[in-house]
Structure formats: structure tokens, C-alpha cells
Design a protein around this ligand. Structure first.
Ligand code: FES
Length: 183
């Protein structure tokens, strides 16, 4: 292997380091206080920051009170933000509990903010169709868009379980209509 090639591979702090960044260093540079950032440019709103970030913790419910496919409405991170807590019955990305199947998501559609009351789809473990423009989201895969006009995932509430109690501890994604998840 040539010495030139060795320089390109290295990611040490030593002299002679090439200008390439490893994936690890790129992610370190992008992180702010442990948050993962993504830039969103919205006409008339400038640049917004969507991130996975810790927010004030709030108790949502007891694990023992949840039944499969019976969503519970909770407010997080503030009293104006309606979210849905649900035990899916199948493991999910970001799921907590002994089966890794308890998740929570914003109920505001990321397309134009329609509140998706009663839109939980037990058969497909999803949210939607949204009453406005029929977007659907997969709740087993971090709320990704399955179909419809939405272009962003449904914001997911970060959850933790302590002694059988479920706590919201943050959000992944930006709530509709916000330039910050704390309003
Ligand atoms: S507001 Fe939900 S798809 Fe448009």
C-alpha cells in the first residue's frame, strides 16, 4: 500500500492528516449536545433545525395500563402538542417495554398539520390515512412516510421505562408549524 493511500485512510489527529473525514468524525462534528441535526429550508421561514433531542421528561402512563392496539392520547412536550402512545404488539424502532413495542408519535401530520385523531391503523401498525391528503406513516419504522403528500416522518416521542412507568424524554423530528419543539 502506498504512503499516500495510508494518509487518506487515517483519521488520527497527527500531522499529515488528509482533509477527509471519517463517518465517525462527521457525525461528531454534526452533533450538538448529543443531538442529531438535519437542515430544513422552508419558504418564508428560513432554515429550521429538525433534530433528535432530549426535552424535559414527563410521565405518560404505566406499562401495565396499555393494551395492544389501544392508543392513548398524551400531551407532549407541552399542553398544546397532542401525541399518541400505543402498544403495537410487534417490535418497533424506538419501541420500549419488555417487547420493544410501545411507541409514541405526534398526532399532527407533518404535511400541513392536520390532527390525526382516530387515524391509528391497527392492521398495518401505522398512522393514517391523514384526513386531509391521505398520508400514511409506518409506526414500526420511526414513523416514515408510506404514502401520500407528506415528505417527512411523523415526529416520534423518545420514551424510557422506569419501574414500569413510561416517560417521554424527547422528540425525533420537528413538530409541524414549529421552528423548535418547545414552542
Ligand atoms: S395534512 Fe396530512 S396529508 Fe396533508
Amino acid at each position: 500500500m502506498s504512503s499516500e493511500f495510508k494518509i487518506l485512510e487515517t483519521d488520527s489527529d497527527g500531522e499529515g492528516r488528509a482533509c477527509q473525514l471519517s463517518r465517525r468524525r462527521f457525525l461528531q462534528a454534526a452533533g450538538v449536545g448529543g443531538a442529531t441535526l438535519a437542515m430544513l429550508t422552508v419558504p418564508g421561514c428560513g432554515t429550521l433545525m429538525a433534530r433528535t433531542a432530549r426535552l424535559p421528561s414527563k410521565r405518560l402512563a404505566s406499562l401495565a395500563d396499555l393494551e395492544v392496539d389501544k392508543p392513548v392520547t398524551v400531551m407532549y412536550p407541552d399542553p398544546k402538542s397532542m401525541c399518541m402512545l400505543v402498544k403495537l404488539g410487534v417490535p418497533a424502532g424506538g419501541g420500549v417495554g419488555p417487547d420493544g413495542d410501545v411507541v409514541a408519535f405526534s398526532m399532527s401530520c407533518p404535511h400541513m398539520g392536520m390532527t390525526m385523531i382516530g387515524a391509528y391503523n391497527a392492521k398495518h401498525k401505522g398512522m393514517g390515512p391523514c384526513p386531509s391528503h391521505l398520508s400514511r406513516f409506518d409506526l414500526t419504522r420511526y414513523g416514515i412516510v408510506v404514502s401520500g403528500h407528506a415528505t417527512q416522518s411523523l415526529p416520534q416521542v423518545l420514551l424510557e421505562v422506569k419501574e414500569g412507568e413510561i416517560y417521554a424524554t424527547g422528540l425525533r423530528g420537528l413538530l409541524y408549524g414549529r421552528n423548535g419543539n418547545l414552542g
